[in-house]
Design a protein around this ligand. Structure first.
Ligand code: GTP
Ligand code: MG
Length: 173
């Protein structure tokens, strides 16, 4: 990992989208600071965090943008997507509705983002297996149909969060 003052070869903007409470902000907290909070507050407006990592011997600064899933708290859509090279499209495996809304988020993303944007479909909260409402197979099938990468994550248990970002960043690279 590059330390303070070290040179950065690339800056990649990645956006997080999906319904409210699916865990976008906690996925970001896990990736950027290795933190997790169970009483996370709904995001208002837009926030971002960065983490610099080495990919293929180059130092890549990932600038991850996070906005509100709730319509009334959302940031200006066009500005949010501008310049984004990657996206994590997040649903909650225990809330069917959050998965059913994925096509809408994908439409918005495709309408506003660069056409070559790298998209990862993320089924979060995989630690809550006993409350699962979306099968891995359904999600995988949707991802294949839409040409998206796909992973199930748990921000709580730190499962696949690193992998989700690594895959997107490596693919951008
Ligand atoms: P908005 O900001 O409103 O769009 O929501 P968000 O998608 O950012 O959700 P947030 O990260 O705030 O998480 C919502 C709730 O889900 C919080 O209570 C989190 O602690 C919880 N949560 C997030 N990720 C996980 C996870 O992997 N497992 C479990 N069990 N809970 C999680
Ligand atoms: Mg949030």
């Amino acid at each position: 990992m590059a330390g303070a003052g070290e040179k950065v070869d690339y800056v990649f903007k990645v956006v997080l989208i999906g319904d409210s409470a699916v865990g976008k902000s906690q996925i970001l907290a896990r990736f950027a600071r290795n933190e997790f909070s169970l009483d996370s507050k709904a995001t208002i407006g837009v926030e971002f965090q960065t983490r610099t990592l080495v990919i293929d011997h180059r130092s890549v600064k990932a600038q991850i943008w996070d906005t509100a899933g709730q319509e009334r708290y959302r940031a200006v859509t066009s500005a949010y997507y501008r310049g984004a090279l990657g996206a994590l499209l997040v649903y909650d495996i225990t809330r069917r509705q959050s998965f059913d809304h994925i096509p809408r988020w994908l439409d918005e993303l495709r309408a506003h983002a660069d056409k070559n944007i790298v998209i990862m479909l993320v089924g979060n909260k995989s630690d809550l297996e006993e409350q699962r409402a979306v099968s891995t197979e359904d999600a995988k099938e949707f991802a294949e149909k839409e040409n998206l990468f796909f992973l199930e994550t748990s921000a709580l248990q730190a499962t696949n969060v690193e992998s989700a970002f690594q895959t997107v960043l490596t693919e951008i690279f």
